[in-house]
Design a protein around this ligand. Structure first.
Ligand code: CA
Ligand code: CA
Length: 152
């Protein structure tokens, strides 16, 4: 029973011309002992563009065989075990949320092709959450989705 030390978020954006977004995307990690939300935006990098796969690395790095570039998002505390801790075994939900705009016209839809989230520490089994298929995050379709969990 230990706190999460490292998170990896692998995001693949769809190939449609409108699939990319310049809106911000957030990762939420929530359980019976609390949770946190992270802004996945990377400073100086055009995130969430069509036909890209990017790995967002938060906290301590673990040896995962990732394909695609690794980026550090703007919400990436040096240590996840300081401050508001997240108890790894108690996590029940992991979600992705797109920033909402004031009007439907200003909204920049994002097409999620595939998402996978690893929650890791040195003592508990790694936990993985995944999307169950491609979907769109927009005002019309909904700005937030919860991923499906599995045990590794
Ligand atoms: Ca973008
Ligand atoms: Ca778009």
């Amino acid at each position: 029973m230990a706190d999460i030390e490292g998170i990896v978020v692998e995001l693949t954006t769809g190939s449609q011309s409108w699939a990319g977004t310049n809106d911000q995307l957030f990762l939420g990690v929530v359980g019976t002992r609390g949770g946190r939300e992270f802004n996945l935006d990377v400073s100086g990098f055009n995130d969430f563009e069509p036909n890209t796969k990017v790995n967002y690395v938060i906290g301590k790095e673990f040896a995962l065989a990732l394909s695609g570039p690794e980026k550090k998002p703007i919400t990436a505390p040096a240590s996840l075990t300081q401050g508001s801790k997240m108890d790894q075994p108690s996590i029940t939900h992991v979600y992705l949320r797109k920033q909402g705009q004031m009007s439907q016209n200003a909204d920049d839809a994002w097409r999620l092709q595939e998402a996978r989230v690893w929650l890791m520490n040195a003592s508990d089994p790694t936990r993985i959450w995944e999307s169950r298929g491609p979907l769109t995050l927009s005002i019309e379709d909904g700005l937030q989705i919860w991923l499906s969990s599995d045990w590794k």
